[in-house]
Design a protein around this ligand. Structure first.
Ligand code: DC
Length: 232
């Protein structure tokens, strides 16, 4: 039997991390966790309850009221739940995208999410995507990937996703949001986005999703076989 591993996928917004991670998990029979969805769910709660991110007491109080979980929908997709309600659609709205990077800079928010993410990965057999998965959440992950793509490609992809959800957003607004999130995600003090030194970098600009998935599955199988050789 091949050893179950942890696959950590990090990178900038809209590089195809989630699409790749979800499909790789399906092929390997692993659990898929979209860690960005967790930060988005917290952000949605903060927006709906008017939590002032500059007030640590309010943030702590809100965090005590928040329960983020995942469940597989009837269509077989992993969906994020906030206090028992599916918020998979709401968390993709631009109003959440516009606020999520700010909320993700808060230390108590990160501590709560990382703690939960580590518990989910305890038994391995998991693919998790985000910004700090290979550097902070699972520094011992058997396979780490860092996805990149040029800004315009990412913006086109994100705009198409929003259109599929009937949200019409101008391309310049999408570009601005991606640039601003890249800036905040990479420059924050707590767990900034950076490539782990042992991560494989994949530039997805000129690669189809199928090619991307095939490459990651191939790397995953190599990591599993290497694990078996090391332990046998
Ligand atoms: O992957 P995404 O674009 O849905 O993530 C939304 C935001 O959440 C992103 O701008 C930064 C934050 N995030 C984070 O700080 N750490 C993670 N592991 C995942 C996401």
């Amino acid at each position: 039997m091949l050893k179950k591993i942890v696959i950590a996928i990090d990178g900038y917004s809209a590089c195809g991390k989630s699409t790749t991670a979800r499909e790789v998990a399906r092929i390997l029979g692993y659990r898929y966790i979209d860690s960005g969805a967790m930060y988005r769910a917290v952000t949605l709660y903060f927006l709906e309850h008017h939590v002032a991110v500059t007030n640590p007491k309010e943030v702590d109080r809100a965090l005590q009221q928040i329960r983020v979980s995942f469940a597989v929908s009837r269509k077989g997709n992993s969906e994020v739940f906030l206090n028992g309600l599916s918020v998979e659609q709401e968390i993709r709205q631009m109003r959440v995208s516009a606020a999520v990077s700010q909320v993700s800079t808060l230390k108590p928010v990160r501590l709560a999410m990382v703690d939960q993410q580590r518990k989910m990965g305890k038994h391995k057999g998991i693919v998790m995507d985000g910004r700090d998965i290979g550097t902070v959440v699972f520094p011992e992950a058997e396979l780490k990937l860092f996805l990149t793509a040029d800004l315009l490609t990412r913006a086109f992809r994100r705009q198409r996703e929003l259109l599929e959800r009937d949200e019409m957003v101008d391309l310049d607004q999408v570009i601005e949001n991606l640039m601003e999130r890249d800036r905040i995600d990479s420059s924050r003090t707590e767990s900034p986005l950076k490539k782990a030194s042992d991560a494989h970098e994949i530039n997805t600009t000129h690669v189809t999703i199928d090619e991307q998935v095939d490459e990651v599955v191939r790397l995953s199988l190599s990591a599993m076989v290497a694990g078996r050789t090391a332990t046998s």
